[in-house]
Design a protein around this ligand. Structure first.
Ligand SMILES: *Cc1c(COP(=O)(O)O)cnc(C)c1O
Length: 359
């Protein structure tokens, strides 16, 4: 078998969830498990979080929610983009899913529908994200329309989403929270604002329900420090093994484009992982990988199925030695930063070819 895999530490996910609870003890939590639980595997993660005390789950679409219901999960499930077409509404009602309502067309279609039971809705206000949600001038009308439709929408709750909560000094977050509070001041209902960064960094964003995502997986909610600072533990360890070692001569080049030339006689290893597995092709030379209790450096371009390593700092390495690309020793956020992306993209980008194992 190819030695490339992602080991998922379910205990770390439970512990990280408890960090979310501890940071906002008065809030309930929709654990966000969209995109296959950020690449960690939808069902094992959902079952772990249900045992850890999640009050509900948030996913991106009906397809993801149905996998949870079919597995017997009965907790509340929130569809973060609501529905995409009216045909989904009877299934949503029957499966007792909750929906975000972000646009006038959704309110109109919901009001037009025939449903066996009302659907629990979260009317979304756009307080600055600019992506989904009602602008302040549209919101009152949507709220009033829904009030008149108790057979289709009940209960009605309110939410918004933060655009810059990962930047600790950005005044945008406080402005968004204030805008939200002003809009809802004469309304009494449950609310939800905070993502992971809101939970850990912005207590004023805590509400009846929070929506932790990335922190559950032990990656960084903030742009300025690594997750260990928050007491979070990496849940995914992506690893493979050395499949070849050779002595190269000064001037020998490595990989596609022959972009990296050996400055001296040196040992070079090939490891069986590449961008076809979700390791970023843009990882530059000197990106760290963990080998035999130390960091060594990537050299040459990342290929689809392989990378090459400079073994000068670890000359005793052998074929078969394990290499961690990210996980306990190398934070995924460090690889992301070097590759010009974020931990979220790397975690969700681990491809189907990489088996997930659970511990
Ligand atoms: C993905 C998502 C979250 C979770 O965000 P994290 O930064 O991963 O904690 C919360 N709310 C909404 C609306 C989302 O789309």
């Amino acid at each position: 078998m190819r030695p490339t895999h992602a080991l998922i530490d379910l205990q770390a996910i439970s512990d990280n969830f408890r960090c979310a609870q501890a940071a906002a003890p008065l809030s309930k939590n929709f654990a966000v498990i969209k995109a296959d639980a950020y690449g960690h595997g939808l069902l094992p993660v959902a079952q772990t979080l249900a045992s850890a005390g999640a009050n509900g789950f948030a996913v991106a679409c009906l397809e993801e929610a149905l996998v949870l219901r079919e597995a017997g999960i009965q907790l509340p499930i929130l569809l973060l983009e609501g529905f995409f077409e009216a045909a989904e509404l009877p299934i949503i009602a029957q499966q007792q899913l909750q929906i975000v309502l972000h646009s006038p067309w959704q309110v109109a279609q919901l009001l037009d529908s025939q449903l066996p039971t009302p659907i629990a809705v979260w009317l979304k206000l756009d307080t600055g994200m600019g992506r989904l949600g009602f602008r302040p001038e549209q919101f009152k009308q949507a709220w009033q329309q829904l009030q008149t439709a108790p057979t289709r929408a009940r209960p009605i709750r309110l939410m918004t989403h933060l655009a810059c909560a990962d930047e600790r000094n950005n005044p945008m977050t406080q402005r968004q929270v204030t805008t939200f509070q002003q809009q809802i001041q004469h309304i009494s209902c449950e609310t939800s604002i905070a993502n992971s960064a809101g939970i850990l960094g912005w207590p004023e964003s805590h509400a009846h329900w929070n929506r932790p995502g990335i922190m559950l997986y032990g990656a960084a909610p903030f742009n300025d420090d690594l997750p260990a600072v928050q007491g979070l533990t990496a849940a995914m360890s992506l690893s493979s093994r050395i499949i070849s070692i050779k002595q190269c001569q000064a001037g020998d080049t490595l990989g596609y484009g022959a972009t990296w030339a050996c400055p001296q006689t040196m040992p070079v290893a090939a490891v069986s992982i590449g961008y076809g597995d979700g390791y970023p092709r843009h990882a530059p030379p000197a990106t760290p990988v963990w080998l035999n209790k130390q960091r060594v450096k990537l050299v040459g371009r990342v290929s689809m199925d392989m990378i090459t390593l400079d073994l000068r700092e670890c000359p005793d390495a052998q074929v078969g030695d394990k290499v961690e690309l990210w996980g306990q020793h190398i934070p995924v956020d460090e690889i992301a930063r070097l590759s010009g992306t974020i931990g979220y993209e790397l975690l969700t980008g681990v491809t189907k070819r990489v088996p997930r194992y659970y511990q």
